[in-house]
Write a protein of this length. Structure first.
Length: 101
């Protein structure tokens, strides 16, 4: 039994809206980074859904590439957040309006 494409689209739209709301409404830098990851995973679900619909593996190849980029982005993002916390002693996005120490 194949899963209909609408289910993929609804799930990915739901996850993308949650991620966008997290980016727009939260002030904690960790929550913002995790919300961006959630939005990237919503796009990956779309790619997998359309790949299965068209019976072509190109979309799933893109998903593997995006997951690799997301893992690297998460590692670098967490390193930057750790460095910012050590310098400023806060993770609130509102406090990072000036780039100078």
């Amino acid at each position: 039994m194949a899963i209909p494409i609408e289910w993929y689209l609804v799930l990915s739209a739901f996850l993308f809206v949650i991620g966008a709301a997290g980016v727009l409404m939260r002030r904690n830098l960790f929550i913002v980074l995790f919300s961006i990851e959630l939005m990237m995973n919503a796009v990956n679900i779309n790619l997998v859904g359309f790949s299965r619909l068209h019976e072509n593996l190109i979309g799933q190849n893109f998903v593997l590439f995006t997951m690799t980029v997301a893992a690297a982005e998460a590692a670098i993002g967490l390193a930057i957040v750790t460095a910012l916390y050590r310098n400023r002693r806060t993770l609130m996005v509102d406090m990072f309006d000036v780039m100078k120490g």
